[in-house]
Each structure stands twice: as structure tokens, then as C-alpha cells.
Design a protein around this ligand. Structure first.
Ligand SMILES: *Cc1c(COP(=O)(O)O)cnc(C)c1O
Length: 437
């Protein structure tokens, strides 16, 4: 059994009040089946559900909680800041402090603006790129997620068409028509598109580490080619670092690849569990924003002091001891990946674990892990649903979708990692055959 009786009861009530009982679709467990588990409280790498059962959490609020749940330094910063005012709608010192931490950590950033979500950050960065270049078209890649802004809810067209189709009802085809979509990892397609449309493109959006449809790690040469083409055609390269920012190290994916984008977007970790997003880049670009320039963007709660405080406390913990936290994450996540792969082998399953730092993806198919979305096997979702349920019985909580990754936090200590590996061994021993079948 997945959800306990209290979760079942809460879910029934939630469904009367909110569509599918949730405020973000993947939470509804539709792709793994069953009833969502209601969280009651959480601390470190574990949470307690509404039925009083404890689980090791590998969702960690979908990435923000790199220090685990309710880290004492973050909770203390939030509480003491909240006591001095919840929102000002006017400048406050915390904004400077968080901006300074981010800008000092990321060499290509000179200025930032804070917003309240990753979606908003990307939406605003694209508007800025269009405003600066005077061009309308934007290129994104199939399988990358950049939030739910209308013109980015677009998937690859059929056949060779590069013009996107709306991937959600309610998105006018005329909006999607400004969005071009290519598969990842295809240098020839990239060159061809730039040749045809490079001079009418405002921006290319690339996830620093594509981690929203499995973990589709790109080759550095491909990313360098992208940078080169953007420069040649006057197209702004936007790295969407909403997941990768401060996840892999202080400088995010741009540091990892040694590539300077023109603009970057942030969210998740920089808010430490509270709603924050940010976008930034070179001074001359950012100074095109209102009130200095013609590109409008605003927010009632932007730079909220409590959210800033959570971000500051989180980044301070990460940056302490010259980034020791990331080294610890690397070794814990490495051990977990290796333990899970060993469990796959002893259950005679031809699966692998794809890993970038503390991001893991269970690649439930044979052979070389895919680098593009359309190479993810259709079978993997069915296999994942079986494994997901078996792991819940072992009190391990993974994201309720095969396309989502696992996040390891600094609170996942050695004991929790070893416990998780044993849980995978148990679960796979029980359902391994069924997954293959
Ligand atoms: C999560 C995510 C977003 C959207 O952020 P929200 O805060 O959910 O709006 C955008 N881009 C990437 C790469 C993400 O992972």
C-alpha cells in the first residue's frame, strides 16, 4: 500500500477543492498510479507523512532543499527576519546581500533582478532578450523545461518542422509560432537552423544540465558550438540554471562547461525553500530593464525579505569552508549511484544511473543513456511505476514520475545513503522480474 488512510482521506477532500487535489500536476501521482502521500512535517533528509510514517526523501521539494528539510540555519534566518516584517515592497538590505552572494559566485554575472519563481525568471529573461535584440524568435530544446510561460509550453513539431506546437491547451498557436524547437545533442540540426533563422532569433534557451526529462547530459563540444553560433548571429544565449544553479558548485553549469551565457536564470536553491527566482547577466543588458530602459518587468513580492533571508542562509552554508558541502554531496551521491547500479546488476537488470553531482536519474533502459528526449524508452515509465511503489514500501520516496530526477541533499548522511541502497536491493529483489517483463 502506498498512501496511508489519512492521506487517502485528505486527498478525497483536496480533490473537491483543487483540481486533482494538487497545486502542481506531477504531485498527483498520475504517472505512477495511486494516491499522493501527504507530508506532515520534515527534517533533514526525512519526512513524516499524514499517517505518521517516516520516509527518506529524494524529491527535496524538487531541488531547492540542497541542505535538506528545515535546516536550522535557514529556519532561524527565516524566523528572525519574519519577526521584523514579512514584506516591504521597498528596497531592503537582504536583497543586496543575496545579489552579492550570487554575483560573486558566478563570474559572468554583473547584475541581477529578483522575481518570485523560476517561471517568472525565464519569462522575464526572454522578454529582455527580445527587447534588446528587437527580434521575436526563441529557440528551445525538446525535453527541456523552462516553466509554464505560454510561449515556452511548446514541443517539437512533427517531422522536420522546427516551429513548435503548443503543448498545452490555452496557448495560441500564434504564440508558439515564435518558438523554435530542436532535439538536443544534434549539432547538424543546430547549424542548419542557425543558417536559416539565426538572424531572426532573439535568444536560445538551454538548461545548464537538462534535468527535467531524465538527465540528458550534453557533450561540451556541442554546447561550445551553440555558444559560437549565438555569438556569430547576435543571438543571446540564456542558460536556465533554475535547477543547476548552486547545485553542482558555486558557478553552476556555466562554470562546469566553461561557457559564459549572456543571461542566466535562477530559482529553486537560491530561495532555500521559499519562492524566489532571479535573472541576470551583463550590466549593459540588465540596464535595459525598467526604470532604466524600455523593457518592463515588476513584482509586488519581488526581493521579499524573508525569502531573501532563506536564500542567503542557504548559500552561506554551501559556500562555507570553500564549498566543502559540494564535495560532500559529490561523494554521497556517487556512493548512492554506485550502490543502486550494483543493485540493478545483482537483480540482473540492464539499467543504469545517470548522475551530475547530486542529481541522479534512474535510466530504466538498456544501453548508453540517452542525450535527447525522444531516445527515452517508452517502457521506462511502466518500469518506474513498479519500482516507485516497491520503494515506497521500503520507505524511500522518489518523485512520482519516471522523467524526474532524484536530489541528494547535505542532510543525506552516510547512514541514510546505505539505508537507501539496501532498500533498492530489497525492492529490486521483489519486483525486478516484473519490471523487465
Ligand atoms: C523548475 C524549473 C523552472 C520553473 O521554476 P518554477 O519555480 O517552478 O516556476 C524553470 N526552469 C527549470 C530548468 C526548472 O527546473
Amino acid at each position: 500500500m502506498r498512501a496511508g488512510p489519512r492521506s487517502e482521506e485528505l486527498y478525497e477532500e483536496a480533490c473537491l477543492l483543487m483540481p486533482a487535489g494538487v497545486n502542481s500536476p506531477v504531485r498527483a501521482f498520475r504517472s505512477v498510479g495511486g494516491t499522493p502521500i501527504f507530508y506532515d512535517s520534515a527534517s533533514g533528509c526525512r519526512f513524516t507523512d499524514a499517517d505518521g510514517r517516516s520516509f527518506i526523501d529524494y524529491v527535496c521539494s524538487w531541488g531547492p532543499l540542497i541542505l535538506g528539510h528545515a535546516h536550522p540555519a535557514v529556519v532561524e534566518a527565516v524566523a528572525s527576519t519574519a519577526a521584523r516584517g514579512l514584506s516591504f515592497g521597498a528596497p531592503c538590505e537582504q536583497e543586496i546581500e543575496l545579489a552579492r552572494l550570487i554575483i560573486d559566485a558566478v563570474p559572468h554575472l554583473e547584475m541581477l533582478r529578483f522575481v518570485s519563481s523560476g517561471t517568472e525568471a525565464v519569462m522575464s529573461a526572454v522578454r529582455l532578450a527580445r527587447g534588446v535584440t528587437g527580434r521575436d524568435e526563441v529557440l528551445k530544446f525538446d525535453g527541456c523545461y523552462h516553466g509554464h510561460a505560454d510561449h515556452l509550453l511548446v514541443s517539437a513539431g512533427s517531422g522536420l518542422a522546427t516551429f513548435g506546437n503548443p503543448s498545452s491547451a490555452g496557448v495560441p498557436a500564434s504564440f508558439a509560432a515564435h518558438t523554435l524547437v530542436l532535439p538536443l545533442a544534434d549539432e547538424k540540426a543546430l547549424e542548419k537552423l542557425f543558417k536559416e533563422r539565426g538572424d531572426s532569433m532573439a535568444a536560445v534557451l538551454m538548461e545548464g544540465i537538462p534535468a527535467n526529462s531524465g538527465l540528458l547530459i550534453q557533450r561540451p563540444g556541442y554546447l561550445r558550438k551553440l555558444r559560437e553560433l549565438c555569438t556569430r548571429h547576435g543571438v543571446l544565449l540564456i542558460f536556465d540554471e533554475v535547477i543547476s544553479g548552486f547545485r553542482l558548485g558555486a558557478g553552476g553549469a556555466s562554470e562546469l562547461w566553461g561557457i559564459d551565457p549572456d543571461l542566466s536564470t535562477y530559482g529553486k536553491i537560491i530561495g532555500g525553500g521559499l519562492p524566489v527566482g532571479a535573472y541576470g547577466g551583463r550590466r549593459e543588458l540588465m540596464e535595459q530593464l525598467a526604470p532604466l530602459g524600455p523593457v518592463y518587468q515588476a513584482g509586488t513580492l519581488s526581493g521579499n525579505p524573508v525569502a531573501m533571508a532563506a536564500g542567503i542562509a542557504t548559500l552561506q552554508q554551501l559556500l562555507a569552508d570553500r564549498g566543502a558541502a559540494w564535495q560532500q554531496l559529490e561523494s554521497r551521491a556517487g556512493r548512492l549511484a554506485q550502490g543502486i547500479e550494483a543493485a540493478f546488476s545483482s537483480a540482473e537488470l540492464p539499467f543504469s544511473v545517470v548522475r551530475a553531482g547530486s542529481i541522479l536519474w534512474l535510466c530504466l533502459q538498456e544501453g548508453e543513456p540517452p542525450r535527447r528526449f525522444d531516445r527515452i524508452s517508452q517502457d521506462s515509465a511502466r518500469r518506474y511505476a513498479i519500482l516507485h511503489e516497491a520503494l515506497l514500501e521500503e520507505r524511500i520516496y522518489l518523485a512520482p514520475s519516471a522523467y524526474e530526477v532524484m536530489f541528494v541533499s547535505t542532510a543525506h548522511d552516510e547512514a541514510a545513503i546505505e539505508e537507501s541502497i539496501r532498500a533498492f536491493e530489497q525492492a529490486l529483489g521483489r519486483v525486478g522480474r516484473e519490471m523487465l517483463g
